[in-house]
Design a protein around this ligand. Sequence first.
Ligand code: ZN
Length: 122
Amino acid sequence: MIKIIGIMSIFGGLGFLGLGFIFIVAGGSSNLRVGGACIGLGLVLLLLTYFLVKMESKRPTLVHQDINVQMSGSGEFKKRDIACPSCGAPVKDENIKLIDGGLMINCPFCEKVSALEEEPKW
Ligand SMILES: [Zn+2]
């Protein structure tokens, strides 16, 4: 709404300015007075538009954003059987211990203790 008023007043201001110049160029005492009035009106309109636009730009505008994010894992979760790294025998849960943040496998078959490293998914 304010944009339309601004555009109209800019055109109106420019129109009055042009009309004023025409009257002044045409000459004559009465024409000079009318021309001066037209130029004044045009300048006032342009100044009004300037302040209107300035006020409008100061006003915070509400920005509407729709954020649509779907969370999902990088892959399907499935139970993985853990095998002993050295002999390949299946290791049960009770043979796995959490030591210092790392999983240690205590193989019941070859009795070797080895760290379980998580394989990258790619
Ligand atoms: Zn083993």
